[in-house]
Design a protein around this ligand. Structure first.
Ligand code: C2O
Ligand code: CU
Ligand code: CU
Length: 476
C-alpha cells in the first residue's frame, strides 16, 4: 500500500489497515514525523561503519535560541549512528572548535583505551583523531549516546549542543510486537535562549530554557490510532532532568540504558536524568486525537521532606508543564498488543567486595567550592579505585548533600540492588543511576572483558567539571 492509498483509507474513517501495511505506507511518503523529518541516520554496511564527524560552531534554526550552536556535521543533534553487534567502527573526529575535545561512546561495552572509548585522548583544535574499535558480537541492542568527554570542556561542549544518538540493533528489536511498533528516537536537549547568560547556574548545573526534541521545538508526531508507538528517549542535556508524561496514555518501559527488561513495566510518568535513556511502548488510544508529551516540573535541589526545600520536586504540583512534542493520530489500525515477555536479564553473582562512594560538595584545596567524591575532587593522575577484571562488586552510592547527583559508570553497566535498603522492584541494566539527597543506592556491576583505565562521575556535567569524577583502573 502506498501513502496515497493509505491516506484514502484513513480518510474513510472506519477503515482499519494492518500494522505491517501501515508501516510500509508510512515510510513511502513524506510525513511530519519527528525522526524522519529532522534526523540524519548513518547505518553500518556489511559490518563496517565509517563516518567523519566535524565538531564546529554553526548556525542552527531553532526558534528562541541565539541561532548558533556547537554541532557535529552542522546537525543538532548529531547524526544518528546505527550499528549491529560485531561491526567494525571507524569514526574520524575533526576538531574545528577553539578548544580541545574528544569522543565518548556512552553506554557501549567496548575497551576504555586505545582508540575505542578512551576519554583520556585529547584532540587539539584543528586536529583530527580516528576512533577504531569493534562492537562485541554479543553486544545488547539499545540506545546509546556519543558526546565529547574532554575533562575541562565537556560541560561547555554538551551544553553548547554536541552529542547524538547511537543505536545498536539486535535482540530486543527482533521481538515481534516491538518490531510491529512505529519507532521514534527522541533526543531531548535544552538550549540557552538568545538572552540567557551562558555562564550562570554552574553550581546547580546549567539549564537552557529552550526545550528541543531532535532539534525542534514542540514537533508533531503522527501515529495511527490504535497503533503501537515505540519512543526511544535520550536525555542529551548537560543538567536538565526530563520528567515526562504523555497525556491520556500509559507508557510501558521495555528497556533502560543498557538493554531490555524481562517484561514491560507500566509507568504514568518517566524521569530521565542526564545521559539516561528509556525505551517505552505506548498503545495509542483507538479513539484518536491530539496528545501532549509534557515535561513536568522537577527541582534538583533540596532534601525531600525538609522544611519547604523539597517543594517542587517530582510529585509536587508546583510549576508548569512544558509541552515538548505533540502526538497526533492520523488514520487507524486494529489495536496492537504489547509484548508479554522481553528478554532475560542476567542475575549477577554475589559481590566479592562492597565499596562506598560519598557524593557532596565542599571546599577543595586550590579550587574553592568543588563537587567531591569521597571527599576528593578529581585528579587526572590519581587512581581512585582499583578493581580486578572479572570481579563483581557492590557499590554503595551515598548522597550526603542537598542536590541530586546522577552517578554514571563507563564501560560496564550496573544493576540497582536497593535504594535506602528497599529492594529494587525489577532487574534492569543501567549506566546512570540517580542518587537523591539523603539516599544510599546500592548498585552491582561486573568488570567484564576489558581491562584499563576509565572513569565514573556525576552526569550533571558541570558537577563533573567541578570535581565529581574518579578514575577507575580495571586490572586484568
Ligand atoms: Cu555520558 Cu562519562 O559520560
Ligand atoms: Cu559515559
Ligand atoms: Cu551532581
Amino acid at each position: 500500500m502506498n501513502r496515497r492509498s493509505f491516506l484514502a483509507l484513513a480518510a474513510g474513517g472506519a477503515a482499519v489497515a494492518s500494522a505491517t501495511a501501515l508501516r510500509s505506507g508510512w515510510s513511502a511518503g513524506p510525513r511530519r514525523n519527528i525522526s524522519s523529518a529532522t534526523t540524519s541516520v548513518v547505518r553500518s554496511k556489511a559490518g563496517v561503519l565509517e563516518l567523519d564527524l566535524v565538531a564546529q560552531e554553526t548556525a542552527i534554526r531553532i526558534p528562541g535560541t541565539s541561532g548558533r550552536a556547537l554541532t557535529y556535521n552542522g546537525l543538532l543533534p548529531g547524526p544518528q549512528i546505527e550499528l549491529q553487534p560485531g561491526d567494525a567502527v571507524r569514526i574520524h573526529l575533526h576538531n574545528r572548535l577553539n578548544q580541545p575535545t574528544n569522543l565518548h561512546y556512552h553506554g557501549l561495552h567496548i575497551p576504555p583505551d586505545g582508540t575505542a572509548d578512551n576519554v583520556f585522548l585529547r584532540v587539539a583544535p584543528g586536529q583530527q583523531q580516528s576512533y577504531s574499535f569493534s562492537l562485541p558480537a554479543n553486544h545488547p541492542a539499545g540506545l546509546f549516546h556519543y558526546h565529547p568527554h574532554h575533562h575541562g570542556t565537556v560541560a561547555d561542549q554538551v551544553f553548547g549542543g554536541l552529542g547524538g544518538a547511537l543505536l545498536v540493533r539486535g535482540d530486543l528489536d527482533r521481538n515481534p510486537e516491538v518490531q510491529a511498533a512505529q519507532e521514534e528516537v527522541l533526543v531531548l536537549k535544552d538550549l540557552p535562549a538568545a538572552n540567557e547568560r551562558s555562564g550562570s547556574g554552574v553550581m546547580l548545573g546549567r539549564e537552557g530554557s529552550v526545550l528541543s526534541v531532535n532539534g525542534q521545538v514542540n514537533p508533531e508526531l503522527q501515529v495511527a490510532a490504535g497503533g503501537l508507538l515505540r519512543l526511544r528517549l535520550l536525555n542529551a542535556s548537560n543538567a536538565r532532568f526530563w520528567r515526562l508524561a504523555l497525556e491520556g496514555h500509559t507508557m510501558h518501559l521495555i528497556a533502560t540504558d543498557g538493554g531490555a527488561l524481562e517484561e514491560p513495566v507500566p509507568l504514568q510518568e518517566l524521569l530521565l536524568v542526564p545521559g539516561e535513556r528509556a525505551d517505552v511502548l505506548v498503545q495509542v488510544t483507538p479513539k484518536g486525537g491530539r496528545f501532549r508529551l509534557n515535561r513536568l516540573p522537577y527541582r534538583r535541589l533540596g532534601r525531600p521532606g525538609m522544611g519547604g526545600m523539597g517543594m517542587g520536586r517530582a510529585g509536587s504540583s508546583q510549576g508548569q508543564a512544558d509541552v515538548i512534542a505533540t502526538v497526533t493520530t492520523i488514520g487507524a489500525v486494529a489495536p496492537q498488543p504489547l509484548p508479554q515477555q522481553l528478554l532475560a536479564v542476567e542475575e549477577l553473582p554475589s559481590p566479592v567486595r562492597t565499596r562506598r562512594f560519598v557524593m557532596n560538595h565542599g571546599m577543595a584545596p586550590g579550587m574553592g567550592m568543588a563537587f567531591l567524591l569521597n571527599g576528593q575532587s578529581y585528579n587526572h593522575a590519581r587512581i581512585d579505585t582499583r578493581v580486578q577484571l572479572g570481579d563483581t562488586e557492590d557499590w554503595e552510592l551515598v548522597n550526603t548533600g542537598v542536590m541530586d547527583h546522577p552517578f554514571h559508570l563507563h564501560v560496564n553497566p550496573m544493576q540497582v540492588v536497593s535504594r535506602n535498603d528497599r529492594p529494587e522492584a525489577y532487574r534492569a541494566w543501567r549506566d546512570v543511576v540517580l542518587v537523591r539527597p539523603g539516599e544510599t543506592v546500592r548498585v552491582r556491576t561486573r568488570f567484564s572483558d576489558f581491562a584499563g583505565k576509565s572513569v565514573y562521575h556525576c552526569h550533571i556535567l558541570d558537577h563533573e567539571e567541578l570535581g565529581m569524577m574518579g578514575n577507575i583502573l580495571i586490572e586484568g
